[in-house]
Design a protein around this ligand. Structure first.
Ligand code: S3P
Length: 431
């Protein structure tokens, strides 16, 4: 589906951010693993998170929805049912990487996971290796791609250092560790989002963090009761970027997740002199249980280029395409380093962002592990192909609103995997 976004005369108004995708996936999965029913309020209904609800039902969980509240009646930690056929993860990388952690602990049962064309290009060896070390077997196509089969077994605890910071891989190990025989420790080279840790803490699990290491002790059961999903900072980031780039804009965003591990983009934006007012969580030495929320007040303003260093990358990983876009409008150079993970997202986001923005008139170069943008005061506009990648589609739309001539996005429907209603929301705010 091609959609055209004409230059905007300002985005003005209020927006309730769509529900958080990462937290929705985790709430459904932990609900399926829990001993008692879990009520989930404000669950995100998108293609990705609907895949998770379908997957847990195939594994024996009951899912009911009434008045916008989802109740999951799970099977418990060790009683997932073997489904009749492969589990379809669709386009959802988070589901594909987290679910095997639970499945690995299902002794004597096997589970095959498969998904769409894009998911079949995304590596799973990063979870297969630690799960094998814990005692499960994972057979993947060419050793590293879907379709792959997880053969559940009795698991042992491990100490594991992640080669790259990834909340998905960390979470997979933490879920497997719940049914292992002792305490498992996972270390990462840089902090990544910690929603799994917070939710496990709320579910009564013994879990703690020491710097970049998390240790979890095996558990008999999870008791979670109720999860309220906050607004997704990565989805709201598109409206936020449009607001800071289009002269005359002023937006209030309500109910946004303020977890420090998810607000790296807002810190980068503030460093670029973007006007962002709100009560964001500060960095904490210890593991917190709650997911704080805040309101944000954003306004248009001129920007300066910045340097995003490798430690910041996991804290803003899904928003880095927007950092590139902001860089096109900022004064000076914007440089992102240590972001080779972008190459294994829904598309190779270093290539697709650089090619896409260059096609709209940007002065941008790919580097091995990121990109360098030189601000030229704006963007001409043109046509951008979403390459089946939701974040690229939404970046293209924002580029159109802020451009001189407008942008046509090819494949805008990709946005539905994380933000159904994006086009309507952005049009309602734009003058
Ligand atoms: C996610 C973690 C990130 C992120 C993805 C969602 C999660 O992936 O890009 O959109 O919910 O854990 P990695 O942890 O693989 O970087």
């Amino acid at each position: 589906m091609d959609i055209r976004f004409e230059p905007s005369r300002g985005l003005v108004g209020e927006l309730t951010a769509p529900a958080d995708k990462s937290i929705s996936h985790r709430a459904a999965l932990l609900g399926a693993m829990a001993a008692e029913p879990v009520r989930i309020e404000n669950y995100l209904h998108s293609a990705d998170t609907d895949s998770t609800l379908a997957a847990i039902q195939a594994l024996g969980a009951l899912v009911q929805e009434r008045d916008g509240v989802i109740t999951v009646r799970g099977t418990g930690l060790r009683e997932a049912r073997e489904p009749g056929g492969p589990i379809d993860v669709g386009n959802a990388g988070t589901l594909m990487r987290l679910l095997p952690g639970w499945l690995a602990a299902q002794e004597g049962r096997s589970f095959t996971l498969d998904g769409d064309e894009s998911i079949r290009r995304r590596p799973v060896d990063r979870i297969a290796e630690p799960l094998r070390l814990m005692g499960a077997r994972v057979d993947a196509r060419d050793g590293r791609f879907a379709p792959f089969t997880v053969h559940g077994d009795r698991l042992h605890s491990i100490s594991y250092e992640l080669p790259v910071a990834s909340a998905q891989v960390k979470s997979c190990i933490l879920l497997a560790a719940l049914a292992a025989d002792g305490a498992t420790t996972v270390g990462e080279p840089a902090r990544s989002r910690d929603h799994t840790e917070r939710m496990l803490l709320r579910a009564g699990v013994s879990i703690h963090r020491n710097g970049k290491h998390v240790t979890v002790v095996n558990a008999d059961e999870l008791v979670l009761d109720r999860v309220i999903v906050p607004g997704d900072p990565s989805s709201a980031a598109f409206a936020i970027a449009a607001c800071v780039l289009v002269p005359g804009s002023r937006l209030l965003i309500h109910g946004l997740g303020a977890n420090w591990t998810r607000t790296g983009f807002l810190r980068i934006l503030r460093r670029m002199r973007g006007i962002v007012v709100g009560d964001l969580e500060s960095e904490s030495g210890e593991l917190l249980a709650e997911e704080p929320i805040c309101d944000l007040d954003i306004a248009y303003g001129s920007l300066e280029g910045t340097y995003v260093d490798p430690e910041e990358v996991p804290l803003a990983i899904d928003e880095l395409p927007l950092v590139a876009l902001l860089g096109c409008f900022a004064e000076g150079e914007t440089l992102v380093r240590g972001a080779s993970e972008l190459r294994v997202k829904e598309s190779d986001r270093i290539e697709t962002v650089v090619e896409g923005l260059r096609g709209l008139g940007a002065d941008i170069e790919a580097t091995g592990d990121g990109f360098a943008v030189t601000g030229t005061g704006g963007l001409r506009g043109g046509v951008i192909d979403a390459a089946g990648d939701h974040r690229l589609a939404m970046m293209g739309a924002v580029a159109g609103l802020a451009s001189r001539e407008g942008v046509t996005v090819r494949g805008m429907q990709a946005a539905d995997v994380s933000y159904p209603g994006f086009v309507e929301d952005i049009r309602a705010l734009s003058r």
